[in-house]
Design a protein around this ligand. Sequence first.
Ligand code: FMN
Length: 445
Amino acid sequence: MNIFVINASPKKESSITFHHVLFLQKHFKNLHFEYYHLRKEALNENEIEELINQMAVNDLVLFAYPVYTMSVPYGLMQLMGQLLSHTSRYKLIHVNVSQISTSKFLFDNLAHEYMAACFRDMDMTLLNTHSAEREDLLSNQGKKHLIAYMDEVVYQIKTQYKKTHDPYIREVNQNPFAYEILPEKHKEPEDILVIYNAEDYSESLKNMIAAFENICRYRVHLLDLSNHSFKSGCSGCMVCQLTHKCTLNDGFEAMYQEKIANSKVVLIASDIRYHHLDKVFKLLDERLFLKSHYIETKRKAMGYLLTGSLDQNQHLLMALKAHTSFRNIYNLGYVLHNEHTLNAIENLCDQVTYFIKKTPEAPQDFYGVAGMKLYEDIVYRNRGFLRTEHRFLKKNKFYDFPKKSFFKQQAMKIMMKSILHKPEAEQGRMLNEFLLQPYKKEIDY
Ligand SMILES: Cc1cc2nc3c(=O)[nH]c(=O)nc-3n(C[C@H](O)[C@H](O)[C@H](O)COP(=O)(O)O)c2cc1C
């Protein structure tokens, strides 16, 4: 498998992001990596043409870049503009593309979304995106995340994954989605849960659920929330902080415990109406306030079968991404009702299989990391009152303070002092060398 890496860090070979990719090369010995270090100056017409030709003949184009000021570096933005306006860009249609960034997670999502929009415009097939913390290569956990990411990309290439459940696909199909049930194959014993509201769902959604149930190789359980009559959303009384119980006392907790809590994979099936999912899902979310804001400690996955437009409901797309990321849940993606629905359901089934077999951890990004920091801060400051939540965060080691980096800070102070009086050019070189040293060790060269 040939991977063509476009390294868009202005630091080229001295880039931390590039070292993350070198680590992947070292780990995945059967993959062939080729590198293109993007220069700062714009490429000329011939160079762009040549670059497009190179991109088109590989199994995967991997864009590797640091997040710069909540987006991609200037040089990469310049390149994307050139690619998008080039007459040969048609050669990139359906070419597999992936992206990896390193950053401090500060609005990394905006850089990824920008790149995804460009890939969409060029009709490239966007596979996994990976957001690495700039020090991921220096920790076992970070390395595991990197390997899991590339593992999944390889799986997606092998299964000829077409990201047709891209939530931005604009056309919304006016014809109902129909599906002819195929003779049922043997189902493997893993429980997949689909939650929906049969009292108020469209014909298309009903058929999408049936198709998923039919195609999925695992046992699928259906949970129709219209069979339960819960009183309301959260009443905001906060008594659950004292008693661990909900004062509404309408069977919600028992239902959650029995039907949802132990499912490894949950699919939400809903029509998007009035700019939101079916209201039962809002009720479900609010009532889970009781469960320490429903942050998962076990590896779980969630996917969505939806009708209606996510493209015109960006707040909803953001909310769905934030929900999974903040809750530490692996996001399986979104199937929408459009001309690619069946293909997207097949992809979703592949993703479910991948999750069941590998149980990867939920990748990290801005939504989860930033949300968690804010949440930890709120709970810690109010720990006398938010007792359940404080205990939960403490017990599960979610708090990431106090920061214990005494030796690192001292080393930095000594280094800064030692280069203070050197010529400017030398200072830059020494600083970079110092920062890159531990990364170089990781890939031994
Ligand atoms: C000009 C500049 C802007 C940056 N902006 C962000 C940012 O908005 N968000 C973030 O999380 N990190 C930001 N960073 C940190 C880099 O993304 C991070 O250090 C990255 O790992 C550097 O990778 P590289 O060595 O491959 O260039 C910024 C760094 C620089 C130099």
